[in-house]
Every structure is written in structure tokens, then in C-alpha cells.
Design a binder for this molecule. Structure first.
Ligand SMILES: [Zn+2]
Length: 194
């Protein structure tokens, strides 16, 4: 039997997703990720590496929703991925940027793990997540792939200039881009990446 054409499959998936308030069944979600292997090879590789080797990642949940972010992390160890970013490819979210998002979400899990609940706040959580993604993408740069670090630094600087200060991401970035740690990453990139 011929397999369902991808378009027809996505059509059914969109109906299922609407019916369940954007939630996509696991099997369909993993299938979309599998089908994104060619378009998002670095994301794909890291995704599987984390599933196998990141003890703080307990569960992956998939949604398909417009007008919301690509990923979310929960203190219970769940990371939610918005498949809209994989199905309807967005020029501003290429493979490098989605990889940064993935590290960002894992960064949240590390923040939750090492910060007792009463001491947590959304802005610090975002800052820790951004810094974790810089740390990990710098490691990639040291292994000859500068593009994720470059993408991260560019997008963080851009977003730090936003006026949406009700968004903890923006508040965290406004602090972060003025700190020596961020400057060190910029300097590393300038010296070591072409
Ligand atoms: Zn975040």
C-alpha cells in the first residue's frame, strides 16, 4: 500500500491538532520531526542526542499552533515543540536557529534543576536558558561549526532591542547583552569565526 501523501497527512494532522487544542499525538509529532531531517539536520541530530543522553529531559510534547513560540520548557522535565515551525517553514527560523531554541529549552531544564522553586523567576530563567544556548553553541564553534553561535548572538542582540518589556525574554536579554559574559561570546566569535 502506498503511504499517505505528506500533504494529506498534514491535512489530517491539522484537523487532529485543532480538535485537541493544538496538541499533536506523539507518533505524528515524531513523524514530522523525522520528515524534517533533511531540512533541519542539525536540529534533528541534537534532538536525538538529547533524547538519548540528557537526563533532565523527561518528555517531549508536540503542538501545532500559529502565533506562538517554537519551544517551551516545564519544570517537570517536559519540552514542548511547536511543529508549525517545521511544517510551515519560516525564513527567520532556519536549522541553526531552531538548534539554538532546542538548547535554550534544555537550558531552562538546567535552571529548574539547580534553582529551588522559591528562588525562581521568569526573567532569570530566560537568562539562564539563553546563556546555556551560548555555552553549548560555543562548544559547537570550537568543533568547527560557528553558525549556531552566530545565529544565537545575532538574534539575541536583535531581540534585546525590543520594547516588549512585559516579555521576560526581552528583559533577560536587555540585561545579558550588557554583561561581560555576552561580550566574551561576541569576542570569541569575532576572533574565531569567519
Ligand atoms: Zn525561554
Amino acid at each position: 500500500m502506498k503511504i499517505l501523501s505528506p500533504l494529506l497527512f498534514l491535512f489530517f494532522l491539522s484537523i487532529i491538532a485543532k480538535a485537541q487544542h493544538s496538541k499533536v499525538p506523539d507518533t505524528a509529532g515524531y513523524r514530522i520531526i523525522e520528515e524534517s531531517k533533511t531540512a533541519f539536520p542539525k536540529f534533528y541530530q541534537l534532538f536525538h542526542q538529547l533524547l538519548d543522553h540528557e537526563p533532565l529531559l523527561k518528555q517531549v510534547v508536540f503542538i501545532n499552533k500559529k502565533a506562538t513560540g517554537p519551544g517551551f520548557a516545564n519544570p517537570n522535565g517536559t519540552i514542548t515543540f511547536n511543529l508549525d515551525y517545521f511544517i510551515n517553514k519560516k525564513p527567520r527560523f532556519d536549522d541553526n536557529r531552531l538548534l539554538v531554541v532546542l538548547y535554550h529549552e534544555v537550558g531552562h531544564l538546567h535552571y529548574f534543576d539547580k534553582t529551588p522553586r522559591p528562588q525562581r523567576n521568569p526573567e532569570d530563567s530566560e537568562k539562564a536558558a539563553f546563556e546555556y544556548s551560548l555555552q553549548k553553541t560555543k562548544e559547537m564553534a570550537m568543533n568547527n561549526d560557528c553558525l549556531p553561535l552566530k545565529s544565537g548572538l545575532q538574534n539575541m542582540l536583535l531581540r534585546s532591542q525590543s520594547n516588549e518589556t512585559s516579555d521576560p525574554h526581552v528583559r533577560a536579554l536587555k540585561r545579558m547583552v550588557n554583561e561581560p559574559l555576552y561580550a566574551e561570546y561576541v569576542s570569541y566569535q569575532k576572533t574565531n569565526c569567519k
